[in-house]
Design a protein around this ligand. Structure first.
Ligand code: PLP
Length: 486
C-alpha cells in the first residue's frame, strides 16, 4: 500500500476538487445543475480514482497520474456522474432477461390501449367520481366494476392498490379479532414483506394452521372451525411448487364447507389470469366458478394490467370491505383505473387480448418465433461488433414467467449469447455497462456469457441493445488504444 506519498506516487497527481470544478465543461454544467450536486459528483469520481490507484498499488502501467489525459478523463467522468445524478431515478429499462413478469423491472408491461387511456386521463380532467346523468358526485368504484363481473362471472368486484392490500383488507374487514384458518402448506412468503402469517396478524386476526406442509384435507378445515372462526383462507403458493406426496383440498369442497358452516372462504388466487397461458391451471373465471366467497388477485401479473388488487365475489362481503375505513387508504388512483379498464376491455375479444397485451404475447411466443428474433439480433451483432473481440452465438435456454406466477414452468426459448473472446471485459463488466446505458439494459449471465432473451423484447429494443453494445465496444477500443499510447 502506498501511504507515504513519494514524488512518483500517482496519488499526488489527483487534482483537488476545485480544479475539476474549474474545468470549462464542468463550469457549463454548473449553469444548469445545482452546485452541491456537481461537487458531490466530483468527490465521487475522485474517490473512485483514488481507490483505483490504491488497488493498482501505484503501478504506472495500470493507472498513470502522469498521463496528460488523466485530468481530462476525470473531468469527463465528473460530467457523466453529475448528469446521471440529475436524471430521474425511475426510468424506462429494457428487459432482456426473458422473465416476463419481472417485479424488479415493473412487472407487466401495459398494452398500448392502456397507455393511451392512462395518458388521456392524466392529461385532462376525468369522470373519476362524477355521475354523467345527474352531474352529481359519483363513485370511483364503478369504473371497471361491471366489466370485471362480466369477464369473471363474479357477483361484484372492488379494486384496491395491490393484491397484498386486497388480502389484508379482506382479513381486517371480515375477521378482525377472530380466527383465520389456513393450511400449513400455504403459509407462504411472496417476496419481501408479504408473508401470509404476518398479513393475518397485521389484519388483526389469529392464525389457525391446519394440516401439514404437504397434505391438508377437508376434515382438517372442518375440525378447526369454532365459534371464533372469521374466515377460511386459501393462498396459492404462487412462487414454489410441492411435488410428491401432496394433497390439497379442492377450493370447491372448501367453499361447500364454508357455506354449510356459514364461514366465508377467501381464495387468494394471486396470479389473476383471465386467459389460460403458459400452463396456467386456474383462471379467475374458474376460481369464481369453484365457489369461493371472495377471490383476491393481482392485476399486474398474468392479467397484464397496472398494479392493482382485485377483490371479486359476494356483494354483501365486498360491501363490508369497501365500507371499511382502510379501503380509502388502499384505494387506487385514476391512472391505474384508466389503465385497468382499458386492459380489461381488450379481454372482450380474447384474440385481441392475446395480440395486444404484452404479457400474453410474450408468454405465447413460440420457440421458432423466438429463434427468428434471436437470429436477426445475432446476425446484426456479428456484422457490427468486432469479431476478434466478441463471440456471438445462439443458445437454447428457457425463460421464466416470474412475478411469483407459475413456478417451475419453463418456457423454451432461444437466446443470443455474447462473450468476450479474450475474457476481457468479463460478462459482469459488460453487464454493468449495459445497466449504465440509457435506457438501462438487463440480461442474464451464464458461464461468462451475456444471454439476451428475445421473449421479453420488442424490435425497437433489440435495436437499442445493438446500439448499446456497439458503443460499449467502441469505448473499449478507445480505452485499449490509449493504454497503448501510454
Ligand atoms: C403476488 C401475490 C400476492 C401479492 O400481490 P401484489 O399485487 O404484489 O401485492 C398475494 N398473493 C398471491 C397468491 C400472489 O401470487
Amino acid at each position: 500500500m502506498t501511504n507515504n506519498l513519494r514524488a512518483d506516487n500517482p496519488l499526488r497527481h489527483l487534482p483537488p476538487v476545485h480544479r475539476l470544478l474549474a474545468q470549462p465543461q464542468v463550469q457549463d454544467l454548473l449553469q444548469r445543475l445545482p452546485p452541491g450536486l456537481v461537487t458531490a459528483a466530483a468527490r465521487t469520481v475522485l474517490d473512485a480514482a483514488r481507490a483505483a490507484i490504491i488497488a493498482a498499488d501505484g503501478k504506472p502501467d495500470t493507472f498513470s497520474g502522469v498521463n496528460p489525459l488523466f485530468e481530462e478523463t476525470l473531468t469527463q467522468q465528473v460530467v457523466e456522474e453529475a448528469v446521471r445524478r440529475a436524471a430521474p431515478t425511475l426510468q424506462r429499462a429494457i428487459n432482456a432477461t426473458g422473465i416476463v413478469l419481472h417485479t424488479g423491472l415493473g412487472r407487466a408491461r401495459l398494452a398500448p390501449a392502456a397507455v393511451e387511456a392512462l395518458n388521456e386521463v392524466a392529461r385532462g380532467h376525468s369522470m373519476l367520481e362524477i355521475d354523467r346523468e345527474t352531474g352529481k358526485r359519483g363513485s370511483r368504484r364503478d369504473h371497471a366494476r361491471r366489466l370485471l363481473c362480466e369477464l369473471t362471472g363474479a357477483q361484484d368486484a372492488a379494486i384496491v392498490n395491490n393484491c397484498a392490500g386486497a388480502v389484508f383488507l379482506a382479513i381486517n374487514a371480515l375477521a378482525q379479532g377472530r380466527e383465520v384458518i389456513i393450511s400449513r402448506g400455504e403459509l407462504v412468503e411472496i417476496g419481501g414483506a408479504f408473508r401470509m402469517p404476518d398479513i393475518i396478524r397485521a389484519g388483526g386476526a389469529t392464525l389457525v394452521e391446519v394440516g401439514t406442509t404437504n397434505r391438508t384435507r377437508l376434515s382438517d378445515y372442518a375440525q378447526a372451525i369454532t365459534g371464533q372462526t372469521g374466515l377460511i383462507l386459501r393462498c396459492h403458493p404462487s412462487n414454489f411448487a410441492l411435488i410428491g406426496f401432496v394433497e390439497e383440498t379442492a377450493t370447491a369442497d372448501m367453499a361447500q364447507l364454508g357455506r354449510e358452516r356459514g364461514i366465508p372462504v377467501v381464495d387468494d388466487q394471486g396470479s389473476g389470469a383471465l386467459i389460460a397461458v403458459a400452463g396456467q391451471k386456474n383462471t379467475l373465471q374458474e376460481s369464481i366458478a369453484a365457489g369461493a366467497d371472495l377471490i383476491t388477485a393481482s392485476a399486474d401479473k398474468l392479467l397484464g394490467g397496472p398494479q392493482a388488487g382485485l377483490i371479486l365475489g359476494r356483494t354483501d362481503l365486498i360491501d363490508r370491505i369497501v365500507r371499511h375505513p382502510l379501503a380509502r387508504a388502499l384505494r387506487c388512483d385514476k391512472l391505474t383505473l384508466a389503465a385497468l379498464e382499458a386492459t380489461l376491455l381488450l379481454y372482450r375479444d380474447p384474440k385481441r387480448a392475446m395480440s395486444e397485451i404484452p404479457t400474453l404475447r410474450y408468454l405465447s411466443r413460440t420457440e421458432p418465433e423466438l429463434r427468428r428474433m434471436a437470429t436477426r439480433l445475432r446476425t446484426r451483432l456479428r456484422i457490427r461488433l468486432p469479431a476478434e473481440r466478441f463471440q456471438v452465438d445462439l443458445i437454447r435456454e428457457s425463460s421464466q414467467v416470474g412475478g411469483g406466477s407459475l413456478p417451475g414452468e419453463r418456457l423454451p426459448t432461444v437466446c443470443v449469447a455474447l462473450r468476450s473472446k479474450a475474457g476481457f471485459p468479463s460478462a459482469e463488466e459488460i453487464m454493468a455497462q449495459l445497466r449504465r446505458n440509457r435506457p438501462a439494459i438487463f440480461a442474464r449471465i451464464r458461464d461468462e456469457m451475456i444471454l439476451l432473451d428475445p421473449r421479453t423484447l420488442e424490435t425497437e429494443e433489440m435495436r437499442e441493445i445493438e446500439e448499446a453494445l456497439l458503443s460499449l465496444s467502441g469505448s473499449l477500443h478507445r480505452e485499449t488504444e490509449s493504454r497503448l499510447v501510454r
